[in-house]
Design a protein around this ligand. Structure first.
Ligand SMILES: Nc1nc2c(c(=O)[nH]1)N[C@H]1C(S)=C(S)[C@@H](COP(=O)(O)OP(=O)(O)OC[C@H]3O[C@@H](n4cnc5c(=O)[nH]c(N)nc54)[C@H](O)[C@@H]3O)O[C@H]1N2
Ligand SMILES: Nc1nc2c(c(=O)[nH]1)N[C@H]1C(S)=C(S)[C@@H](COP(=O)(O)OP(=O)(O)OC[C@H]3O[C@@H](n4cnc5c(=O)[nH]c(N)nc54)[C@H](O)[C@@H]3O)O[C@H]1N2
Ligand code: SF4
Ligand SMILES: [Mo]
Length: 652
């Protein structure tokens, strides 16, 4: 029996250090490792359940080729030789007949490893293929904070222990980042910090917070301005900080003062008393942290909300007194690692969120999917699935497991899981990194992503030497500046290194200051200061919120924990009106599609609001995302998953 040190590669801000117990080449169990001060030696149900996922019957263990054009989802086992030769023939033919733009690499962070995810992208950059802008998750929030701060890095997890007020805003951290939550609850225990949660539904984080503010969905700008008004009128503003570190404050102050108590109450549905309570906390209890959710920004008003909230700490005199995601405050040469800076070819970049109609129109003739399950997780599923089903689109999926997307493939390639390959990955939040060691040999015929991409490159007779560079050498170059001291060589020796982060009082804006009025806003056609847009609901429609739950990473872990609960929360009064009882089957529908789920009647959502776990597949087999429009946001091109408008009808 031995214990192997690895690091969780799931798409999760926590990036836990994990110790894996192995016997006779088989994983027995996993447990948290305390060498990482930020992840504190505990892991979540996904970290615990991962060995079951490694050995699950859903693993793809061999290459599979679709039996015939008519037979979607029916595959025959094939050799790697046959699969790769078909792929390269098809790729060559597509490049010749339709050009590199018709080749799409659709990759996403199913595995966050530098080597499993980024290095293999070199093949597609060498071909000049089309890539996506990765806008499905956090881009819009990055762009929103970027308007006022430059880059978006902020508070470090350990700093939460020294905070007196911690506000989770549209951020269900107790579920989505359990280690972040754990620091907040330590601050409450050790220094009586107050935890505030702002969420229109009563989430697990709201349940555990000291103060829960439940504004109407999408009314967060009004709430932030209301709080700002209270702080301004009650001498809470740090004038010295404003003068020294910020620019364009007057516009923001004028707008905040226009948010009278009456106006704030009308838009948010909260009482002014609640705003006074929050305002008093921020004025009197210091320091404060604003933890801005990625979930918050995924709506019609999301980016404006993120902008407004990010400016509250500046009002109070804190440098970057928020946390959103630190990924862009690091020193990693991504362009070198993924090869985009190594080629003259400038492939097309398309918006990920609105890719459905492009797929449907046949714009791409060859689609290579890596580390993602777009046939569930993208909005506008009807277009996405129609696109993937086209006879003239050749789809290759390289994944560890059978998924909704593998169903649409012409060829499925088996990938080794992160337990079966050595890699390095960085957290989006904490600063600690160590080597993620290979724990077991790849199961079946599963292969590393780099091996597959280099094999395709050599079969295509591509001559760029950087395609065949030793990946560890490339990683060493990409991470040359990444650590406070030492280098990748020390990581390879088993050390835990700390990442370098930009100074928290450095602002990458035109003025070099925090810009309350953004000097870049006109470039993208938005106002200089955050704007509360009108909340429009058509008669009879509900707003369907949806967010993550503990046992699943997006569509993953259904093989371990069963289907994502096929449920929707509905307010008691709304349910009464439609005679819906707890446990009734209901149909959620709009002009894009319909999904069947069971109703849970409660008072955790307000009237007019529904909530469902994401990204569930309904009782009749339709993904929730058939209901989600694929129109991107103006700022950052992100999705609007929390602005889904639906009707609901009782079925049984
Ligand atoms: N268990 C688990 N953890 C995960 C993931 C996972 O799949 N499973 N995925 C990871 C990833 S990729 C991401 S992006 C993060 C996301 O993690 P979070 O940022 O926490 O986002 P969500 O899980 O969507 O939860 C956001 C909360 O915002 C609320 N909300 C919705 N609309 C509004 C609004 O208009 N205003 C306000 N104030 N609140 C609103 C929702 O009710 C919900 O409770 O989680 C990461 N962690
Ligand atoms: N309704 C709704 N939909 C959403 C959201 C929402 O809030 N609401 N949020 C969006 C967000 S924030 C995100 S980040 C996206 C996530 O969207 P996706 O990235 O599509 O998420 P997953 O379902 O986790 O798919 C990851 C895939 O990678 C595979 N994988 C895991 N490890 C490896 C590996 O080592 N190698 C290879 N080759 N493959 C591997 C897994 O088996 C899985 O099929 O979903 C988005 N979709
Ligand atoms: S999914 Fe997140 S919290 Fe869970 S073990 Fe992995 S990194 Fe840790
Ligand atoms: Mo995400």
């Amino acid at each position: 029996m031995k214990v192997v040190k690895t690091v969780c590669h799931r798409d999760c801000p926590d990036t836990c250090f994990i110790d894996v117990t192995v016997k006779d080449g088989k994983i027995l169990s996993t447990r948290g490792n305390g060498e990482n001060p930020a992840t504190q030696g505990f892991i979540c149900p996904r970290g615990i359940g991962d060995p079951k996922r490694v050995y699950s019957r859903k693993r793809i263990l061999h290459p599979y080729i679709r039996k015939s054009a008519e037979n979607a989802g029916k595959f025959s086992k094939a050799t790697w030789e046959r699969a790769l030769s078909l792929i390269t023939d098809k790729l060559k033919d597509t490049l010749e007949r339709h050009g590199p733009e018709s080749v799409l690499i659709y990759d996403y962070p199913g595995n966050q490893g530098f080597l499993a995810w980024q290095f293999p992208r070199r093949l597609w950059f060498a071909l000049g293929a089309t890539t996506t802008d990765y806008s499905l998750c956090s881009n819009s929030g990055h762009a929103a904070i970027g308007l006022h701060y430059g880059l978006t890095y902020g508070i470090q997890p350990e700093e939460l222990q020294e905070m007196d007020v911690i506000t989770f805003w549209g951020n269900n951290a107790k579920v989505s980042s359990p280690h972040q939550w754990s620091f907040a609850s330590k601050a409450r225990k050790n220094r009586e910090a107050i935890i505030v949660d702002v969420d229109p539904r009563k989430s697990p984080t709201s349940e555990a917070a000291d103060i829960w503010l439940n504004p109407r969905p999408g009314s967060d700008v009004a709430l932030a301005y209301g709080i700002a008004r209270y702080i301004i009128l009650n001498r809470g503003v740090d004038r010295k900080f404003i003068d020294e570190w910020t620019d364009g404050y007057e516009n923001f102050e004028k707008e905040a003062l226009s948010w009278t108590p009456n106006r704030v109450e009308q838009v948010t549905g909260l009482s002014w008393n609640q705003i006074e309570t929050a305002g008093d906390l921020y004025i009197n209890k210091r320091p404060a942290a604003f933890m801005i959710g990625l979930g918050l920004q995924k709506s019609c008003q999301g980016t404006e909300a993120v902008r407004a909230i990010s400016l509250l700490p500046a009002l109070l005199g804190y440098h970057r007194g928020f946390h959103y995601s630190d990924s862009n405050g690091r020193f990693v040469d991504w362009a070198y690692l993924c090869g985009s800076s190594l080629t003259q070819k400038k492939g097309k970049v398309v918006n990920q969120v609105s890719i459905g109609p492009r797929l449907e129109s046949g714009e791409f003739k060859f689609v290579f999917v890596l580390g993602s399950n777009p046939a569930v997780t993208l909005p506008d599923q009807t277009s996405v699935r129609k696109g993937l089903s086209r006879d003239d689109v050749f789809v290759v999926v390289h994944d560890t497991h059978w998924s909704e997307t593998t169903y649409f493939a012409d060829i499925n390639l088996p990938a080794a899981t992160y337990y079966e390959k050595t890699d390095v990955n960085f957290s989006d939040h904490h600063l600690y990194s160590r080597l993620s060691n290979k724990v077991i040999e790849p199961l079946g015929e599963s292969r590393h992503e780099i091996k597959v991409m280099q094999e395709i490159a050599s079969r295509l007779k591509l001559s760029e030497s950087w395609l065949y560079e030793d990946p560890w050498q490339a990683l060493g170059i990409a991470l040359k500046e990444a650590f406070t001291e030492k280098s990748l060589a020390d990581i390879l020796n088993g050390e835990v290194l700390k990442l370098k982060l930009r100074p928290n009082n450095e602002y990458q804006t035109q003025s070099g200051k925090i810009e309350f009025s953004s000097s870049r806003s006109f470039e993208i056609g938005v106002q200089e200061i955050p704007v509360q847009t009108e909340l429009k609901m058509d008669g009879g429609r509900y707003l369907l919120l949806n967010s993550s739950i503990p046992n699943y990473t997006h569509s993953q872990f259904t093989d371990v924990y069963g289907p994502i609960p096929q449920i929707v929360w509905i307010n008691k009064e709304d349910a009464g009106k439609s005679k819906i009882h707890d446990g009734n089957e209901v149909l959620l529908y709009n002009e894009l599609g319909e999904v069947r789920v069971k109703a849970i009647v409660n008072e955790k959502v307000s009237k007019g609001v529904l909530w469902a776990p994401r990204p569930l597949t309904g009782l009749e087999g339709s993904p929730l995302n058939v209901l989600a429009p694929g129109t991107p946001q103006i700022i950052g091109g992100g999705p609007k998953f929390n602005s889904i408008k639906v009707k609901i009808r009782k079925l049984t």
